[in-house]
Every structure is written in C-alpha cells, then in structure tokens.
Design a binder for this molecule. Structure first.
Ligand SMILES: Cc1ncc(COP(=O)(O)O)c(C=O)c1O
Length: 379
C-alpha cells in the first residue's frame, strides 16, 4: 500500500476542486514522468493494466482469428483483453522458479496461427526464461507483449522490464507496485507501434465525473483502512461514510468474460495527479520491498521452503513474496496471522484467477495448490 498522507491531502483537494479535472497538461506530464522513470520512449496512461493491454493488442495489429501464447497462470482480465479483440489465447504451462512461461512449453505451442507471446514477470520477479523467450520470438518473428503489472521497476541487465519486448503494460491498481486505485500504462520503444497505440488512445474516452469522484474517495478509503495509525478505529467510520463508493477492480461480468460498459477508458487528469505523486515514491517503496524480501528469505531458510529465484543480472521488486508451501497452509490462512503476524496472499486461487481452472497444466496446478504470497510492505 503505497498511498500516504500526502496522497490523501491531494485527493481531498481534487475532490473539492472539480474544475481542475480537465487540465490535460497533468496527464501528459504524468506520461512523460513515467516514460522517463521507466526509460521507455512512449507511455500512454489508461484506467487499468487490462485496458493498457488492449492498447498493446491494437498497436500490434493483432486480428480476429490470430492466436497468442499466454501463461496458464494469470489473471482473467489478461485473456479477456484478447477475447474482446477476437483473438484466441493458447495457454502454456509455467515454471515454478519465478512463475513465468516455460520456454520449452512456448516452443512446443508455436503454430503458424500464433502471432505473439505474452510473458509476465509475476510477483515482481523477473521471469526465468525472459531472454530465451525473447530469442525464440525473434527466431519465429513473433511479437512479445510484456505483462509488467506486478513488476514496475524490476530490472534485467540494468534495463527496466518492459523495454525488451515490443510492447508492455503496467498496473497502478490498488494492490500493485504503485497505486492510483485503478490505472495503468502501455509502453513501447518503437515509433510505429507508438503511433498505433496513440490511435487507440485518441479513440478512448475518459471516465465520467461520478467514476472519478469515486476513485478519489477510494484513495481515502484505502489509506484510512490500511495505513492510518488509527486505522482500527477509523475503519468503521470510513466504511460508513464512503463504503458505498468502493470500486471493485474486477467486476462479476469480467470474471465471466463479459466486457464491462466502462472498459476502455484512458486516465483523466485528477487520477494522473495522484499517479505523479506516486511515481516520486516508486524507488523508495521498491527498495523497502527488497529489504522485506530478505526477511522472508531467512524465514524460508529456517523453515525449509525454497526461496523464489532471482535470475542472474536481475533486480526484482517483490510485489509479494511467493513461496510454495503445503496445500493445507494455502487453504487455511489463519496460521500466517498467528505465526507471522501477516495476512496471507493466495494469488492465484485458480489458474485463470479468480475465474476458472483450465486443465492440463501441471505446474500451474501446483502453483494454484501450493503458492502463497507474503507481503513485502509492512507498516
Ligand atoms: C498478472 C496480472 N496482469 C494484469 C493484471 C491487470 O491489471 P489491472 O487490474 O490494472 O487491469 C493483473 C491484475 O491483477 C494481474 O495480476
């Protein structure tokens, strides 16, 4: 949770001054700050990572009937973005060291209909087969889409992830590396692809003022419930006052694969203002995450669990710290509260989280059964 008192002050000021919501300069400044920070030539701010993925799909000119390789361990909104564009996902199993696509599985699933590979850097780890998948894609003339929603700021060979594939997308949804409640970026370093992304961006609408206001109220909700020193007292008051404004990141329709009405929006100025404030803190919070990961490394060593793999020449950001444990420890979360004093994360509870379990992917199944994740930002 990377929202602080200063973000709350900003959100309150924005709520009370809706006339500032049309200042487009704030949006372009936010995009410029992110592209500089991320070392990507072009960045476009949308209302979520999933919509940013839709912009990537458009930029690559993927067409109905095309196929794209995806990890069989992901969030339902990722395949949804392809289905919404008429593109068929071809799922491949993952490896259990960093929970990324297994390059051998990818190779075995390439057919003439496959046009692109989507790889992800899950939990903030740089995926084990990053380089091998990039090489394979080059060999078969396939485009690479990088899902960096968990890994904003992670590095490989000194370069931030997302910059080695053709296009990438990032998330600033409230459980991610930085937080605008909902939000995301699509990026590329290729001018031609950037021009196509811009076409998508130019056609996208801004969310309406009711939605924007709700999102700003969620900054307050989020902070007072999760981080304020008196959160135990404030939680109920805030719930009563603003609870009805709560935003869900994935709707029931999306879980069923239905495109929601509000899908496809780009980021408006007031949310970009929160985002700009968040970018200032990205490096600080990522270094805190890495510090906490050292604590979980020792916990793994002391308890005979395998640490997640940090591949050579990579710097992870540890959105969460993933560990494979006994299945009963994933099913019954209370031990973590009692023994470790933390809330246990169970992403992913199904391999197309939170929707369904697709069959035939033993490693993804194992991750669903055994992979827990531990928090890396503890107050
Ligand atoms: C791996 C992964 N990719 C993409 C997304 C989509 O991000 P957003 O919620 O910003 O659309 C998520 C969301 O949780 C995710 O876990």
């Amino acid at each position: 949770m990377t929202l602080d008192e200063d973000d709350v002050v900003l959100a309150k000021a924005l709520i009370s001054n809706p006339s500032s919501w049309d200042e487009k300069k704030i949006i372009s400044q936010y995009e410029m700050e992110f592209s500089r920070w991320n070392n990507s030539k072009f960045a476009f701010a949308f209302m979520s990572g999933r919509v940013s993925l839709s912009a990537c799909i458009y930029a690559l000119n993927l067409q109905p009937g095309d196929e794209v390789i995806l990890p069989a361990y992901t969030c339902v909104v990722v395949p949804n973005a392809f289905y919404f564009a008429g593109i068929k996902p071809v799922y491949c199993d993952i490896e259990l060291e960093t929970y990324g696509l297994d390059v051998n599985e990818v190779k075995a699933h390439i057919t003439p209909r496959v046009r692109a590979i989507l790889l992800h850097h899950l939990y903030g780890l740089v995926c084990r087969d990053y380089h091998a998948i990039l090489d394979l894609a080059k060999c078969y003339s396939l485009s690479v889409i990088e899902d960096c929603c968990h890994a904003t700021g992670a590095k490989y060979r000194g370069e931030k992830v997302g910059n080695l594939g053709d296009v990438a997308f990032y998330s600033s949804e409230q459980s991610k590396i930085f937080n605008t409640i909902q939000g995301g970026f699509s990026t590329t370093n290729n001018l031609e692809l950037a021009n196509k992304m811009k076409e998508y961006y130019n056609c996208a609408a801004y969310p309406d003022s009711v939605w924007i206001q709700k999102q700003l109220y969620n900054v307050l909700l989020n902070f007072y419930e999760c981080k304020h020193p008196k959160k135990w007292i404030l939680r109920d008051i805030i719930q009563l006052r603003y609870g009805h404004k709560r935003l869900l990141s994935t709707t029931a329709e999306e879980e069923k694969g239905i495109r929601p009405k509000h899908y496809g929006c780009k980021m408006p100025a007031p949310i970009a203002a929160i985002g700009s404030n968040q970018i200032k803190k990205l490096d600080y919070y990522n270094s805190r995450r890495r510090e906490t990961a050292k604590y979980w490394d020792i916990w793994c060593e002391n308890n005979n669990y395998t640490k997640p793999v940090v591949i050579d020449n990579s710097v992870p950001v540890y959105l969460r710290y993933p560990v494979l444990v006994e299945p009963f420890k994933k099913q019954n979360r209370s031990w973590a509260n009692k023994q470790l004093g933390v809330d246990l994360g169970i992403w992913f509870a199904s391999n197309i989280h939170p929707s369904k379990n697709i069959k035939g992917f033993p490693k993804a199944d194992k991750a669903v059964e055994c992979c827990i994740n531990l928090p890396c930002l503890m107050q």
